[in-house]
Write a protein that binds this ligand. Structure first.
Ligand code: FES
Length: 109
């Protein structure tokens, strides 16, 4: 296992366009696959009610929060549509030996 990463799922278990909640260091993250590539981001919306993004809707790279409808890009955490004013933490994902590994810390931390 790469240092600083946690095994979360078999690579083959994550279908294209699916949202999966995984836990890394006890924190709920959203894992998804778009155009064959896996992405991970915080499972909690950055807007005021901290909506459950695992119950959100994924359309291409855009993840919509189920509470007030803000949209984030799962590649970068960039806000695509408000009301959120803080971007979403994203995590590096690696595929090795048929397993998916997610970084313990978000990008930039
Ligand atoms: S909690 Fe996500 S948009 Fe309000």
């Amino acid at each position: 296992m790469p240092a600083g990463f946690e095994a979360v799922l078999d690579d083959a278990e994550l279908a294209e366009g699916e949202l999966r909640i995984v836990h890394v260091l006890g924190q709920a993250l959203v894992l998804c696959r778009v155009r064959g590539r896996p992405y991970a981001c915080s499972g909690e919306c950055t807007f005021e009610d901290g909506g459950d993004l695992g119950a959100g809707h994924l359309d291409g790279y855009s993840l919509r929060c189920p509470v007030h409808g803000c949209v984030f890009d799962v590649r970068s955490g960039r806000i695509v549509s408000p009301p959120a004013d803080e971007q979403l933490p994203t995590y590096e994902v690696r595929s090795e030996g048929g397993r998916l590994f997610v970084a313990h810390r978000p990008r930039g931390f």
